[in-house]
Design a protein around this ligand. Structure first.
Ligand SMILES: Nc1nc2c(ncn2[C@@H]2O[C@H](COP(=O)(O)OP(=O)(O)O)[C@@H](O)[C@H]2O)c(=O)[nH]1
Ligand SMILES: [Mg+2]
Length: 393
Protein backbone atom coordinates (compact mmCIF):
# COMPACT_ATOMS: atom_id res chain seq x y z
CA UNK A 1 0.00 0.00 0.00
CA UNK A 2 1.37 3.44 -0.85
CA UNK A 3 2.24 5.61 2.15
CA UNK A 4 -0.23 8.21 0.88
CA UNK A 5 -3.15 5.80 1.12
CA UNK A 6 -1.83 4.29 4.34
CA UNK A 7 -1.74 7.69 6.11
CA UNK A 8 -4.79 9.14 4.34
CA UNK A 9 -3.04 12.35 3.26
CA UNK A 10 -3.21 14.57 0.18
CA UNK A 11 0.49 14.78 -0.61
CA UNK A 12 3.69 13.01 0.38
CA UNK A 13 6.84 15.06 0.85
CA UNK A 14 10.26 13.44 1.22
CA UNK A 15 12.95 15.36 3.11
CA UNK A 16 16.40 14.45 1.80
CA UNK A 17 19.83 15.96 2.38
CA UNK A 18 23.30 15.54 3.82
CA UNK A 19 23.58 14.68 7.52
CA UNK A 20 23.30 17.65 9.90
CA UNK A 21 21.63 20.08 7.55
CA UNK A 22 18.47 20.31 9.66
CA UNK A 23 16.09 17.81 8.03
CA UNK A 24 14.88 16.39 11.34
CA UNK A 25 14.59 19.87 12.88
CA UNK A 26 12.37 20.97 9.98
CA UNK A 27 10.42 17.71 10.21
CA UNK A 28 9.88 18.11 13.97
CA UNK A 29 8.88 21.76 13.73
CA UNK A 30 6.39 21.05 10.97
CA UNK A 31 4.86 17.90 12.41
CA UNK A 32 5.17 18.68 16.13
CA UNK A 33 6.98 15.38 16.57
CA UNK A 34 10.17 14.79 18.54
CA UNK A 35 12.51 12.81 16.36
CA UNK A 36 16.08 12.99 17.64
CA UNK A 37 18.24 15.74 16.25
CA UNK A 38 21.95 15.70 16.73
CA UNK A 39 25.37 16.28 15.41
CA UNK A 40 26.65 13.06 14.09
CA UNK A 41 26.09 11.29 10.77
CA UNK A 42 24.19 8.03 10.60
CA UNK A 43 21.82 9.02 13.41
CA UNK A 44 18.65 8.92 11.33
CA UNK A 45 18.94 5.46 9.82
CA UNK A 46 15.35 4.83 8.79
CA UNK A 47 12.51 6.89 7.40
CA UNK A 48 10.38 8.76 9.95
CA UNK A 49 6.81 9.69 9.05
CA UNK A 50 4.75 12.63 10.33
CA UNK A 51 1.76 14.70 9.26
CA UNK A 52 1.19 18.42 8.99
CA UNK A 53 -1.64 20.53 7.68
CA UNK A 54 -1.30 23.52 5.38
CA UNK A 55 -3.92 25.48 3.42
CA UNK A 56 -6.53 22.79 4.19
CA UNK A 57 -4.34 19.99 2.80
CA UNK A 58 -2.72 17.14 4.71
CA UNK A 59 0.96 16.61 4.01
CA UNK A 60 2.76 13.43 4.94
CA UNK A 61 6.40 14.27 5.65
CA UNK A 62 9.05 11.57 5.35
CA UNK A 63 12.37 12.33 7.05
CA UNK A 64 14.95 10.31 5.09
CA UNK A 65 18.35 9.28 6.50
CA UNK A 66 21.09 11.85 5.88
CA UNK A 67 23.43 10.94 3.03
CA UNK A 68 26.26 12.60 1.15
CA UNK A 69 25.45 10.68 -2.00
CA UNK A 70 22.98 8.10 -3.26
CA UNK A 71 25.42 5.52 -4.58
CA UNK A 72 23.98 2.93 -2.16
CA UNK A 73 27.34 2.56 -0.42
CA UNK A 74 25.59 2.22 2.95
CA UNK A 75 22.23 1.23 4.44
CA UNK A 76 21.27 4.93 4.80
CA UNK A 77 22.07 5.66 1.16
CA UNK A 78 20.09 2.64 -0.01
CA UNK A 79 17.03 3.56 2.09
CA UNK A 80 17.09 7.18 0.88
CA UNK A 81 17.75 6.22 -2.74
CA UNK A 82 14.98 3.63 -2.84
CA UNK A 83 12.48 6.03 -1.33
CA UNK A 84 13.33 8.82 -3.77
CA UNK A 85 13.24 6.52 -6.81
CA UNK A 86 10.44 4.17 -5.94
CA UNK A 87 8.60 5.67 -2.94
CA UNK A 88 6.26 7.75 -5.14
CA UNK A 89 6.58 10.91 -3.05
CA UNK A 90 4.86 13.87 -4.70
CA UNK A 91 7.83 16.07 -4.05
CA UNK A 92 11.35 15.70 -2.71
CA UNK A 93 12.63 18.60 -0.64
CA UNK A 94 16.42 18.59 -0.66
CA UNK A 95 17.60 20.38 2.47
CA UNK A 96 21.03 21.97 1.99
CA UNK A 97 23.38 23.73 4.38
CA UNK A 98 23.70 27.42 3.52
CA UNK A 99 27.20 27.53 5.01
CA UNK A 100 28.56 24.94 2.57
CA UNK A 101 26.34 25.00 -0.46
CA UNK A 102 28.94 23.66 -2.87
CA UNK A 103 29.38 20.37 -1.02
CA UNK A 104 25.60 19.92 -0.72
CA UNK A 105 24.92 20.51 -4.41
CA UNK A 106 26.31 17.09 -5.28
CA UNK A 107 23.23 15.50 -3.71
CA UNK A 108 20.87 17.99 -5.36
CA UNK A 109 22.29 16.99 -8.77
CA UNK A 110 21.92 13.30 -7.99
CA UNK A 111 18.32 13.71 -6.86
CA UNK A 112 17.50 15.76 -9.95
CA UNK A 113 18.67 12.77 -11.96
CA UNK A 114 16.05 10.65 -10.15
CA UNK A 115 13.02 12.91 -10.02
CA UNK A 116 11.93 16.23 -11.51
CA UNK A 117 9.70 17.00 -8.51
CA UNK A 118 12.31 18.72 -6.40
CA UNK A 119 12.34 21.79 -4.17
CA UNK A 120 15.63 22.96 -2.68
CA UNK A 121 15.47 24.21 0.90
CA UNK A 122 18.52 26.27 1.85
CA UNK A 123 18.56 25.86 5.64
CA UNK A 124 20.84 27.30 8.36
CA UNK A 125 20.56 30.79 6.89
CA UNK A 126 21.25 32.21 10.36
CA UNK A 127 24.57 30.37 10.54
CA UNK A 128 25.43 31.59 7.03
CA UNK A 129 24.66 35.15 8.11
CA UNK A 130 26.97 34.79 11.11
CA UNK A 131 29.72 33.76 8.71
CA UNK A 132 28.85 36.64 6.38
CA UNK A 133 27.80 34.30 3.59
CA UNK A 134 25.02 35.55 1.34
CA UNK A 135 23.19 33.30 -1.07
CA UNK A 136 21.25 34.59 -4.05
CA UNK A 137 18.29 32.20 -3.79
CA UNK A 138 16.59 33.51 -6.95
CA UNK A 139 19.73 33.01 -8.98
CA UNK A 140 20.13 29.51 -7.53
CA UNK A 141 16.55 28.73 -8.48
CA UNK A 142 17.15 29.94 -12.05
CA UNK A 143 20.36 27.95 -12.43
CA UNK A 144 18.76 24.76 -11.11
CA UNK A 145 15.43 25.46 -12.81
CA UNK A 146 13.50 24.40 -9.68
CA UNK A 147 12.02 26.30 -6.70
CA UNK A 148 14.44 27.30 -3.94
CA UNK A 149 13.40 28.46 -0.44
CA UNK A 150 15.58 29.79 2.37
CA UNK A 151 14.83 28.60 5.94
CA UNK A 152 15.94 28.67 9.55
CA UNK A 153 14.59 25.46 11.05
CA UNK A 154 13.25 26.99 14.27
CA UNK A 155 11.67 30.04 12.60
CA UNK A 156 8.01 29.11 11.83
CA UNK A 157 7.68 31.99 9.34
CA UNK A 158 10.39 30.53 7.10
CA UNK A 159 8.86 27.05 7.35
CA UNK A 160 5.45 28.43 6.36
CA UNK A 161 7.11 29.86 3.26
CA UNK A 162 8.58 26.43 2.57
CA UNK A 163 5.12 24.84 2.74
CA UNK A 164 3.71 27.63 0.52
CA UNK A 165 6.32 26.92 -2.13
CA UNK A 166 5.81 23.15 -1.87
CA UNK A 167 2.06 23.57 -2.20
CA UNK A 168 2.26 25.93 -5.17
CA UNK A 169 4.78 23.63 -6.89
CA UNK A 170 2.46 20.67 -6.37
CA UNK A 171 -0.53 22.48 -7.78
CA UNK A 172 1.27 24.34 -10.58
CA UNK A 173 -0.33 22.94 -13.72
CA UNK A 174 1.94 24.99 -16.00
CA UNK A 175 5.07 23.20 -14.73
CA UNK A 176 6.91 21.58 -17.61
CA UNK A 177 8.55 18.46 -16.18
CA UNK A 178 10.45 17.76 -19.40
CA UNK A 179 12.45 20.96 -18.93
CA UNK A 180 13.71 19.87 -15.50
CA UNK A 181 16.95 17.91 -15.28
CA UNK A 182 20.26 17.92 -13.48
CA UNK A 183 22.33 20.89 -14.68
CA UNK A 184 25.39 18.65 -14.96
CA UNK A 185 26.43 17.86 -18.52
CA UNK A 186 29.10 15.18 -18.56
CA UNK A 187 32.11 14.77 -20.85
CA UNK A 188 31.25 13.73 -24.40
CA UNK A 189 32.25 10.10 -23.82
CA UNK A 190 29.87 9.82 -20.85
CA UNK A 191 27.05 11.60 -22.66
CA UNK A 192 27.56 9.29 -25.70
CA UNK A 193 27.35 6.30 -23.39
CA UNK A 194 24.13 7.62 -21.81
CA UNK A 195 22.50 8.22 -25.20
CA UNK A 196 23.48 4.71 -26.27
CA UNK A 197 21.46 3.10 -23.46
CA UNK A 198 18.92 5.69 -22.40
CA UNK A 199 16.15 4.97 -24.89
CA UNK A 200 16.38 1.18 -24.41
CA UNK A 201 16.14 1.62 -20.66
CA UNK A 202 13.24 4.06 -21.07
CA UNK A 203 11.36 1.46 -23.14
CA UNK A 204 11.31 -1.07 -20.32
CA UNK A 205 10.38 1.38 -17.54
CA UNK A 206 6.74 1.95 -16.53
CA UNK A 207 5.25 5.28 -17.69
CA UNK A 208 5.65 7.00 -14.31
CA UNK A 209 9.33 6.03 -14.06
CA UNK A 210 10.65 6.96 -17.53
CA UNK A 211 12.49 9.89 -15.98
CA UNK A 212 14.87 7.42 -14.28
CA UNK A 213 16.42 6.17 -17.54
CA UNK A 214 19.38 8.62 -17.59
CA UNK A 215 20.18 7.93 -13.96
CA UNK A 216 19.94 4.15 -14.42
CA UNK A 217 22.29 4.33 -17.42
CA UNK A 218 24.79 6.23 -15.29
CA UNK A 219 24.48 3.78 -12.40
CA UNK A 220 25.16 0.87 -14.74
CA UNK A 221 28.67 2.25 -15.12
CA UNK A 222 29.17 1.47 -11.47
CA UNK A 223 29.57 -2.28 -11.57
CA UNK A 224 29.20 -2.76 -7.81
CA UNK A 225 26.05 -0.72 -7.65
CA UNK A 226 22.94 -2.54 -6.46
CA UNK A 227 20.75 -0.86 -9.08
CA UNK A 228 19.72 -4.14 -10.71
CA UNK A 229 18.56 -5.58 -7.39
CA UNK A 230 16.61 -2.39 -6.63
CA UNK A 231 14.94 -2.44 -10.06
CA UNK A 232 14.09 -6.12 -9.66
CA UNK A 233 12.49 -5.74 -6.26
CA UNK A 234 10.71 -2.43 -6.88
CA UNK A 235 9.73 -2.52 -10.55
CA UNK A 236 10.17 -6.19 -11.42
CA UNK A 237 12.69 -5.28 -14.12
CA UNK A 238 15.86 -7.27 -14.69
CA UNK A 239 18.44 -5.33 -16.68
CA UNK A 240 20.75 -8.37 -16.88
CA UNK A 241 18.03 -10.27 -18.70
CA UNK A 242 17.75 -7.61 -21.38
CA UNK A 243 19.97 -8.83 -24.20
CA UNK A 244 19.83 -5.56 -26.20
CA UNK A 245 21.07 -3.50 -23.25
CA UNK A 246 23.69 -6.07 -22.22
CA UNK A 247 25.09 -6.37 -25.76
CA UNK A 248 25.36 -2.59 -26.10
CA UNK A 249 27.09 -2.46 -22.73
CA UNK A 250 29.62 -5.13 -23.70
CA UNK A 251 30.36 -3.38 -27.00
CA UNK A 252 30.74 -0.04 -25.24
CA UNK A 253 33.22 -1.55 -22.77
CA UNK A 254 35.31 -3.13 -25.49
CA UNK A 255 35.33 0.14 -27.50
CA UNK A 256 36.45 1.90 -24.35
CA UNK A 257 39.27 -0.63 -23.82
CA UNK A 258 40.43 -0.20 -27.41
CA UNK A 259 40.86 3.49 -26.59
CA UNK A 260 42.88 2.49 -23.53
CA UNK A 261 40.15 3.74 -21.21
CA UNK A 262 38.30 2.01 -18.39
CA UNK A 263 34.95 2.35 -16.67
CA UNK A 264 36.67 3.78 -13.63
CA UNK A 265 38.20 6.57 -15.71
CA UNK A 266 34.68 7.42 -16.89
CA UNK A 267 33.45 7.44 -13.29
CA UNK A 268 36.29 9.83 -12.39
CA UNK A 269 35.17 12.13 -15.18
CA UNK A 270 31.60 12.06 -13.84
CA UNK A 271 32.79 13.06 -10.36
CA UNK A 272 34.93 15.84 -11.84
CA UNK A 273 32.02 17.17 -13.92
CA UNK A 274 29.77 17.21 -10.82
CA UNK A 275 32.38 19.00 -8.72
CA UNK A 276 33.06 21.56 -11.44
CA UNK A 277 29.35 22.31 -11.84
CA UNK A 278 28.87 22.63 -8.06
CA UNK A 279 31.78 25.08 -7.89
CA UNK A 280 30.42 27.05 -10.84
CA UNK A 281 26.96 27.40 -9.24
CA UNK A 282 28.45 28.30 -5.87
CA UNK A 283 30.54 31.04 -7.47
CA UNK A 284 27.45 32.46 -9.18
CA UNK A 285 25.21 32.37 -6.10
CA UNK A 286 27.33 32.80 -2.96
CA UNK A 287 29.14 35.88 -1.80
CA UNK A 288 31.51 35.88 1.14
CA UNK A 289 31.58 39.33 2.72
CA UNK A 290 34.65 38.24 4.64
CA UNK A 291 37.07 37.15 1.94
CA UNK A 292 39.27 35.46 4.57
CA UNK A 293 36.34 33.29 5.73
CA UNK A 294 37.27 29.64 5.71
CA UNK A 295 40.80 30.49 4.59
CA UNK A 296 42.43 28.65 7.49
CA UNK A 297 40.20 25.56 7.04
CA UNK A 298 40.84 25.55 3.31
CA UNK A 299 44.59 25.81 3.85
CA UNK A 300 44.50 22.89 6.31
CA UNK A 301 42.29 20.92 3.89
CA UNK A 302 44.71 21.57 1.08
CA UNK A 303 47.64 20.21 3.08
CA UNK A 304 45.73 17.21 4.48
CA UNK A 305 44.42 16.17 1.08
CA UNK A 306 47.53 16.90 -0.97
CA UNK A 307 49.34 14.02 -2.64
CA UNK A 308 52.63 14.99 -1.01
CA UNK A 309 51.50 15.30 2.61
CA UNK A 310 48.14 13.47 2.70
CA UNK A 311 49.47 9.90 2.96
CA UNK A 312 52.35 10.64 5.40
CA UNK A 313 49.93 12.55 7.67
CA UNK A 314 47.42 9.68 7.52
CA UNK A 315 50.22 7.20 8.41
CA UNK A 316 51.27 9.44 11.27
CA UNK A 317 47.71 9.50 12.63
CA UNK A 318 47.49 5.72 12.32
CA UNK A 319 50.77 5.39 14.20
CA UNK A 320 49.44 7.65 16.98
CA UNK A 321 46.24 5.57 17.24
CA UNK A 322 48.36 2.41 17.31
CA UNK A 323 50.51 3.89 20.08
CA UNK A 324 47.39 4.89 22.08
CA UNK A 325 46.01 1.38 21.69
CA UNK A 326 49.19 -0.34 22.81
CA UNK A 327 50.87 2.02 25.28
CA UNK A 328 49.07 5.38 25.60
CA UNK A 329 45.92 3.94 27.15
CA UNK A 330 47.93 2.60 30.08
CA UNK A 331 48.53 6.12 31.42
CA UNK A 332 44.91 7.17 32.10
CA UNK A 333 44.21 3.62 33.28
CA UNK A 334 47.10 3.79 35.78
CA UNK A 335 45.95 7.24 36.98
CA UNK A 336 42.45 5.91 37.64
CA UNK A 337 43.82 2.82 39.34
CA UNK A 338 46.11 4.97 41.60
CA UNK A 339 43.22 7.31 42.41
CA UNK A 340 40.87 4.51 43.48
CA UNK A 341 43.72 2.73 45.31
CA UNK A 342 44.30 5.94 47.29
CA UNK A 343 40.56 6.27 48.16
CA UNK A 344 40.43 2.59 49.08
CA UNK A 345 43.40 2.96 51.46
CA UNK A 346 41.86 5.98 53.21
CA UNK A 347 38.48 4.25 53.55
CA UNK A 348 40.10 1.11 54.97
CA UNK A 349 41.79 3.20 57.70
CA UNK A 350 38.48 4.96 58.42
CA UNK A 351 36.49 1.70 58.60
CA UNK A 352 39.20 0.17 60.83
CA UNK A 353 38.99 3.14 63.24
CA UNK A 354 35.19 2.84 63.27
CA UNK A 355 35.46 -0.94 63.92
CA UNK A 356 33.19 -1.75 60.97
CA UNK A 357 32.74 -5.56 60.70
CA UNK A 358 34.80 -7.32 57.97
CA UNK A 359 31.61 -8.35 56.17
CA UNK A 360 30.67 -4.71 55.48
CA UNK A 361 34.25 -3.65 54.77
CA UNK A 362 34.44 -6.34 52.07
CA UNK A 363 31.15 -5.33 50.48
CA UNK A 364 31.49 -1.54 50.76
CA UNK A 365 35.16 -1.06 50.04
CA UNK A 366 36.61 -3.98 48.12
CA UNK A 367 33.48 -4.53 46.06
CA UNK A 368 32.05 -1.02 45.74
CA UNK A 369 35.30 0.85 45.04
CA UNK A 370 36.39 -1.64 42.39
CA UNK A 371 32.91 -1.34 40.79
CA UNK A 372 33.36 2.45 40.72
CA UNK A 373 36.74 1.97 39.08
CA UNK A 374 35.28 -0.30 36.38
CA UNK A 375 32.33 2.09 35.99
CA UNK A 376 34.70 4.99 35.25
CA UNK A 377 36.56 2.91 32.70
CA UNK A 378 33.31 1.88 30.96
CA UNK A 379 31.99 5.46 31.04
CA UNK A 380 35.14 6.72 29.39
CA UNK A 381 34.99 3.92 26.85
CA UNK A 382 31.34 4.62 26.05
CA UNK A 383 32.48 7.95 24.70
CA UNK A 384 34.54 6.10 22.16
CA UNK A 385 37.65 8.19 22.70
CA UNK A 386 38.89 5.93 25.43
CA UNK A 387 38.08 2.63 23.82
CA UNK A 388 41.68 1.51 24.20
CA UNK A 389 41.44 2.20 27.95
CA UNK A 390 38.81 -0.49 28.52
CA UNK A 391 40.54 -2.72 26.06
CA UNK A 392 43.71 -2.87 28.13
CA UNK A 393 42.35 -2.66 31.67
N1 LIG B 1 21.44 27.59 13.91
C1 LIG B 1 20.71 26.65 13.31
N2 LIG B 1 20.84 25.36 13.72
C2 LIG B 1 20.08 24.42 13.09
C3 LIG B 1 19.19 24.75 12.02
N3 LIG B 1 18.61 23.60 11.61
C4 LIG B 1 19.12 22.61 12.36
N4 LIG B 1 20.00 23.09 13.26
C5 LIG B 1 20.80 22.32 14.24
O1 LIG B 1 21.67 21.47 13.49
C6 LIG B 1 21.85 20.21 14.15
C7 LIG B 1 21.50 19.07 13.20
O2 LIG B 1 20.12 19.14 12.90
P1 LIG B 1 19.26 17.86 12.49
O3 LIG B 1 17.87 18.33 12.33
O4 LIG B 1 19.51 16.68 13.39
O5 LIG B 1 19.92 17.56 11.08
P2 LIG B 1 19.70 16.27 10.13
O6 LIG B 1 20.88 15.37 10.40
O7 LIG B 1 19.75 16.83 8.74
O8 LIG B 1 18.39 15.65 10.48
C8 LIG B 1 20.94 20.25 15.37
O9 LIG B 1 21.75 20.58 16.47
C9 LIG B 1 19.95 21.37 15.09
O10 LIG B 1 19.50 22.00 16.25
C10 LIG B 1 19.09 26.14 11.62
O11 LIG B 1 18.36 26.53 10.70
N5 LIG B 1 19.87 27.03 12.31
MG1 LIG C 1 18.04 13.59 11.01
Amino acid sequence: MSSKKQFGCDYTIALAGNPNVGKTSIFNNLTGMHQHTGNWPGKTVSNAYGMCEHDGKNFLLVDLPGTYSLMSNSAEEEIARNYICFGNADICVVVVDATCLERNLNLVFQILEMTPNVVVCVNLLDEAKKKSIEIDLDRLSKLLNIPVVGTIANKPKTLKKLLDVIHSTLTDSSKDISSISSPVIYDKQVEDYISLLESDIEDILPSNKKYLSRWIALKMLDENCSINEALKSNLNIDLQDNSVIQEKLIKFKSDLESENLSLSSLRDKIVLNIMTKAEEIRKETCTFADSKYNLKTRKIDKILTSKKFGIPIMLLFLAVIFWITITGANYPSRLLSDFFGFIQGKLLVLFDNLHVPDFWTNILIYRYVSDCYMGCICYAASYGNFLPVIYFT
